[in-house]
Ligand binder design. Structure first.
Ligand SMILES: Cc1cc2nc3c(=O)[nH]c(=O)nc-3n(C[C@H](O)[C@H](O)[C@H](O)COP(=O)(O)O)c2cc1C
Length: 393
């Protein structure tokens, strides 16, 4: 049992610990959010607008069931780790996330921009979904997905909601191309202010190298994050036919991440996707678009009976998960919540976040008198007028 000093009981406490532990540039690149941060804030604020139906007080279910499945994988709670590039957050990076999600009995999305090779991560959590962007030639994309398949990835996620906005009013942190002597000198003041972070990396063998091994061409060394970002910017965005091609090449369970509109969701259904995630990249796409939870009811209405509908964006507590399920999601994906847990306590910190969410889901189900996550419905939440901003139907 972890001591209460290590243990945290809210995601907000994990965030505070992450802020105290990480150098400012690293912490700010997790918080991120494009332009004014309107969508970033709305992702969280919209959950506060949703309230619950008043709790029951007797005849409540003595046990509550959270298990479900996503993309063919059984998961013990309706929460999985969303793919994120976690460069520089913790020396164990995605490996720590894989161990924690495996320990929690759930699945993990692994970004193609991750800092750890897919083979290593899949060995730590076989319930692994590999995520790609549409970047580079079709041959290069094929090589990446074949490598992930050979490593044992169970599903493919293609993320389509990134529009290369680089204007952040709060000031984008400077990310070096490489951790060379110049970069080390530049970041020295930040490092001196966070000696625990620097010690942790040095003990693990060196500072973050900021490379992306899953983007390496066969037999080539891992490219830098900036190198692949440049290639991605130059790539023509995919057509619907390109996406149908990708789905066919993959052949297995296939999720489109970043869907915010019912018409796009129907097109994903038509091209044979198994799942969509209603998402705005955690407020990192077009600023001013509504919170993903506001878009969920319309997407769930459009395709929810035919493909799996997930949601990500703004999940900070178990009751947020319940709200998303009540509005039609099968499960949710979390991003910052587990990144903060990772910074706060490595693999144990990530598992702590999943435990916090599991506990919150359980107590919410108890209060609502619902024996299982599958029993949730819109009747469990009070939805204010104009909540969906006219996006419904
Ligand atoms: C630091 C950071 C890196 C991310 N990297 C990726 C990525 O590589 N691929 C991807 O599909 N989404 C990426 N995302 C988006 C997340 O998968 C997810 O959509 C988002 O974090 C959900 O919002 P939340 O952070 O409020 O939970 C990233 C998000 C953050 C915060």
């Amino acid at each position: 049992m972890a001591s209460t000093r290590e243990w945290f009981e809210t995601v907000e406490e994990a965030r505070r610990r992450a802020r105290r532990h990480l150098p400012r540039s690293v912490y700010m690149s997790l918080v991120a959010g494009t332009e004014k941060g309107l969508t970033l804030r709305d992702n969280v604020a919209a959950f506060s607008e949703l309230r619950f139906a008043p709790p029951h007080i007797a005849g409540l279910p003595s046990a509550r069931q959270q298990a479900t499945s996503v993309l063919g994988q059984e998961i013990s709670l309706p929460v999985i780790a969303s793919p994120t590039g976690v460069q520089a957050v913790h020396p164990d990076g995605e490996l720590a996330v894989a161990r924690a999600t495996a320990g929690a009995g759930t699945a993990m999305g692994l970004s193609a921009f991750a800092s750890r090779p897919v083979e290593e991560v899949a060995a730590a959590n076989p319930k692994l979904f590999f995520q790609v962007y549409w970047s580079g030639s079709k041959d290069a994309i094929m090589q990446r997905i074949e490598r992930a398949r050979n490593a044992g990835a169970k599903a493919l996620i293609v993320t389509l909601d990134w529009s290369f906005s680089n204007g952040r009013d709060w000031g984008s942190p400077a990310i070096p191309e490489k951790m060379d002597l110049r970069a080390i000198m530049r970041f020295a003041p930040e490092g001196l202010a966070r000696p625990g972070y620097v010690r942790q990396w040095l003990q693990a063998g060196g500072l973050p190298d900021l490379t992306v091994p899953n983007m390496a061409a066969p037999g080539q060394p891992a490219p830098t994050f900036f190198g692949v970002y440049g290639e991605w910017m130059q790539t023509t965005p995919p057509s619907w036919a390109d996406l149908a091609w990708l789905r066919e090449q993959w052949g297995g369970p296939f999720m489109v991440k970043g869907v915010m509109r019912p018409d796009d969701a129907r097109r994903c259904l038509d091209l044979g996707a198994s799942a969509v995630s209603v998402s705005n990249h955690g407020g990192n796409n077009l600023d001013g678009t509504p919170a993903s939870i506001r878009a969920l009811p319309a997407v769930a209405d459009a395709v929810g009976s035919q493909i799996e509908v997930l949601l990500d964006g703004g999940i900070r507590r178990g009751s947020d998960v319940v709200k998303a399920l009540a509005l039609g999601a099968r499960a949710v994906m979390i991003g910052r919540a587990y990144l903060w847990g990772l910074a706060a306590g490595g693999s144990a910190g990530v598992q702590n976040v999943f435990d916090v969410l599991r506990g919150g889901i359980d107590s919410t189900l108890l209060a609502l008198g619902r024996p299982s996550v599958g029993d949730l419905s819109p009747d469990d939440v009070i939805i204010p007028p104009d909540f969906t901003r006219g996006l419904a139907k």
